[in-house]
Write a protein that binds this ligand. Sequence first.
Ligand code: NAP
Ligand code: G4F
Length: 320
Amino acid sequence: MSTAIITGITGQDGSYLAELLLKKGYQVIGVARRSSTVNNERIKHLLDDITVVQGDLQDQGSLLALLEEYKPTEVYNLAAQSFVPTSWNQPALTGDVTALGVTRLLEAIRFVNPKIRFYQASSSEMFGKVLEVPQKEDTPFYPRSPYGVAKVYGHWITVNYRESFNMFTTSGILFNHESPRRGLEFVTRKIADTVARIKLGKTNELRLGNLEAQRDWGFAGDYVRAMWLMLQQDHPDNYVIGTGETHSVREFCEIAFAHVDLDYKEFVVQDEKFYRPAEVDLLISDPSKARTALKWELTVSFKELVRMMVDADLERRSKE
Ligand code: NAP
Ligand code: G4F
């Protein structure tokens, strides 16, 4: 039986990836940092089938010990301080976890077993103020937040360990991917959840920032399949993963409200508080390399994703 270690197991992607790897017969070891309250909401249905161990990307020793003990063949590094606005409030922490944390994990792999295959969760935020439309693997980076800057470091250190030590290190440059398990602070989930609460009469407004920002949004369940595929190839590489479509925050609102027979214009209020010091205005991927080389395909369209998220929050909120 192959063993895979997933950092960031308690996050959105960690939970979907664990489900996928269990279906494929892996032993799954999830790494979670210690917190004063249990944080297993997204993986509670998997707890009998996976092993959750304590570890932290800020603690080199914990990473070395994990690899020594569980002897994985694959490591998926999904852990990060992943919320862009927080990266302006906590830029040093974001750099330590999201950038240097990658080096700590790569160093642990290099010392324990350099044959371990490694996946790094890179981000379309690296393209930032985009220098090319659509964005593909060789589009230059121009990050616009401390988070984006940290992810650029994580990407290049992954490439560097491939080139310096001949290690099987891959970088998946993933565009935004969402689901009913998305954190409530991200815009898609904030919209879906507030639409549900408005429909149920629990609130009467949705306060948002920039409605014109455009993102390439896909379904997280599809994106974790791409992560696994990258580690099954003959050679390590970088891949852009996205839908090839872009939609504005306004459009997301329009579809989400219309799904419950409401008009978003009656409920959405723009609030300066949610504007960013520097914005990423437009992201749109060219995922043709992944489609051809990985034979990766999408199963959920943009409209299906919006409706799936609203339906899930309606069901959850109506039980409260
Ligand atoms: P997420 O829901 O925010 O999950 C992040 C995970 O990282 C959580 O499990 C979190 O643990 C963990 N973590 C944070 N700091 C840590 C530390 N110091 N040590 C160990 N674990 C730590 O993020 P996601 O949406 O699943 O994204 C997964 C990865 O893909 C992230 O690296 C993100 O930056 C990247 N990415 C995401 C997208 C997207 O659209 N979702 C797109 C491109 C790239 P707690 O639960 O304890 O906070
Ligand atoms: O949902 P968001 O917070 O996601 P963002 O900043 O694109 O980052 C996400 O995707 C990245 C991939 O490109 C990941 F690497 C990263 O970890 C994260 O998962 O914001 C999307 C857009 C932004 O332009 C923002 O200004 O929505 C706009 N927005 C407008 N009002 C808002 C709001 N965003 C949030 N979070 N909250 C608002 O009220």
